[in-house]
Design a protein around this ligand. Sequence first.
Ligand code: 4AD
Ligand code: MG
Length: 460
Amino acid sequence: MQSNIDIGKVLLNPKKFVGKDIEVCGWVKTSRESKNIAFIEINDGSSLKHLQIVIDKSLITQNTKFMQLCTALRIVGSCVMGQNSNLPEINAKNIEVLGECPLDYPIQKKPHSLEFLREHPHLRMRTNTFNAMFRLRSILSEAIHKYFWENDFLYVHTPIIVGTDCEGAGSSFYVTTHGYSHGCNTEQEYCQSDFFGTSAYLTVSGQLEGEAYALALGKVYTFGPTFRAENSNTTRHVAEFWMIEPEVAFADIEDIMEICTQMVKYIVQFVLDKAKSEIEFFEKFYEKGLVAKLQSVVQNEFIRLDYKDAVKILLDSKKNFEYPIKWGLDLQTEHEKFLADQVYKKPVFIVNYPKDLKAFYMKQNEDNLTVAATDLLFPGIGEIIGCSERETDFAKLLNAVESRNMKLADYKNYLELRKFGSAPHSGFGLGLERMLMYISGISNIRDTQGYPRAKFELRV
Ligand code: 4AD
Ligand code: MG
């Protein structure tokens, strides 16, 4: 007899198992019974779909507490094709209760709101929605690695604890071993007596180190956790998220936008193929038209719109935006959504932002006003990717650091990359969770992660 067979394997390839005795394990998802027969469906996490177990009550006389939702079971029985369903099922010969699940299990059968489920991060993973989400998240991660590996990028690991603020946005978390009562008089004194003898932060982006890798290894990417202490309590910001950051030597802004486009199309096609049942689930319960939306991303060109033209479209729309817009002001979510959701209804690259709106490392355009940078906006979400060519001119970069009052000593090595064999290079950052929101139709970023962290929200 074959022991502990993945339910996903039985459902995918029933021919291999029908007519045989097999052992499966899983948690009860549904149960119903008549006088003589009970039906339960179990899931072991290896598939979105459940496996039906048919129980002749006169045969199973041991522990009968196997009907409760979420009870953990080990079942031995013969695999047969269901009479009406055309799906394999198991006629149970033996049922072992591995873990009972009493009635105070908080996630009972009735549909719970996503808000309610967020209160139970350790248990919501067992619901169909989160089964689908974490399956999709894993497949999307696979797609991203595959794209870069197939295109000869090296996967590099940048540090989590850093000494600089890459984005210069002042939203870093400090890393410290000091307790509450540290008895230091100045910040300098405080940091000097700390673990590293200097201030240390959690990374807001692996880009600065990624650039050093790229200027040695050519085409690299990182895929790791990123931390931002932003004060934005929105449905698309979290304090801890995962970012994918390719960095490419000898590439200009046009080259990197092409890579960005190809990567997005590749990963969307990959999930359409490999996460078919998960996407169908999200289409059914969360976003009508999801499959068609994703197919259109693969099939159609992305829009390229100059920042100044975007501002003109926003002004000409005469819409009553909450935040004002004119040249020199940042695009707010409402502006991004208007452009992507209502004007174009597809992904839009906004290019050539005013330099004062963007980070210090972006390549300054010849007009001296704008930078070779682009955000890729998606309908329903807004920005999912931030992308730019990097400034290679030592003097201009130095000036950008100084004019932003950034601590020069922290960027000494970064500047040195422009001194020794500097070369054009470009890169982008893709927020994994925002991409997951777009691909699943889930509208709160907290529902794309197991344990979301946001301001005043840290559930264990
Ligand atoms: O636009 P950002 O800040 O770009 C960078 O960090 C660059 N250093 C990337 C690079 O060029 N290597 O962030 C990139 C992406 C955003 O477009 C967004 O998808 C995601 O990271 N992101 C967040 N996702 C969730 N919560 C937050 N607080 C996020 N902040 C950024
Ligand atoms: Mg950005």
